[in-house]
Design a protein around this ligand. Structure first.
Ligand code: ATP
Length: 239
């Protein structure tokens, strides 16, 4: 579904991605993890058209999207929830959700999907007319996910869904992501922490200093120490 090939990208003279390869297949949950400043958010920005790579290719559903506008990429079925969620805090929950459906034309489908997301996130149904800025951090993350789902993406990319949330709330957010994936949504998730990945991921990429330093599946990752070694950049020690 998504093929990132040898992407080089950055900001002015700073090269944040130094030739990254990432693959996401239909139906998968793929994690990109790495420490602060590794280039994870830059990768999502490049895929969603917010920055242009200087070389390499990104293809989505078989077509190159390099050079396409973020709007065009979004309409082709690729949604991004950026770090910090970016909900409209002064609008109501319902208004935020309606913003998510603006790219859609078929209003009866939108209504059906609205019911689906409100079933997935019952707390949002309870707060439909409440101001979004009054929701807790976890509820705001659920709203950001629900709003993105209303765009009906084929692939949803989320930048650090667990950022700033309590462990129990992170579990709830991940449970809803697992549920959405079971219902056909493909996910590319960026996280700083490697917790929770093992039970969810089809594939894991560890990114450090603009490079992929490890690609693994939970099955072929023999030892979590290999993951830690790649993440922190030291050789894994024998037991
Ligand atoms: P974090 O987990 O801290 O968000 P990250 O892995 O997402 O880190 P990026 O945000 O992609 O890392 O940053 C990669 C590099 O690009 C870092 O050196 C960062 O300082 C730099 N960078 C990120 N955004 C900008 C920007 N808008 N302008 C200039 N440099 C930037």
């Amino acid at each position: 579904m998504l093929e990132v090939q040898q992407i080089v990208a950055g900001y002015g003279r700073l090269t944040a991605l130094k030739g990254i390869d990432i693959t996401v297949r239909k139906g998968e949950i793929v994690f990109v993890v790495g420490p602060n400043g590794a280039g994870k958010s830059t990768l999502l920005k490049a895929v969603s058209g917010l920055i242009s790579p200087t070389s390499g290719d990104i293809s989505f559903l078989g077509k190159s999207v390099v050079g396409n506008s973020p709007e065009h990429i979004c309409r082709s079925g690729l949604a991004l929830i950026p770090e910090g969620r970016h909900i409209f805090k002064t609008l109501t929950v319902q208004e935020n959700l309606l913003v998510g459906s603006l790219v859609r034309r078929n209003s009866s489908e939108v209504r059906a999907d609205m019911e689906l997301v409100l079933d997935t996130f019952p707390i949002l149904r309870d707060r439909l007319n409440g101001i979004a800025g009054h929701l807790s951090g976890g509820e705001q993350q659920q709203l950001a996910i629900a709003r993105a789902i209303l765009q009906r993406p084929s692939l949803l990319m989320i930048d650090e869904p667990s950022l700033g949330l309590a462990p129990l709330v992170i579990d709830q957010v991940y449970e809803s992501l697992r549920h959405l994936n079971k219902n056909g949504l493909t996910l590319l998730i960026v996280e700083q922490s490697t917790r929770r990945m093992m039970e969810l991921a089809n594939r894991i990429y560890v990114v450090r200093n603009g490079n992929v330093v490890l690609e693994a599946t939970p099955d072929n990752l023999l030892d979590e120490r290999d993951l830690d070694a790649a993440y922190f950049g030291f050789a894994s020690q024998p037991a």
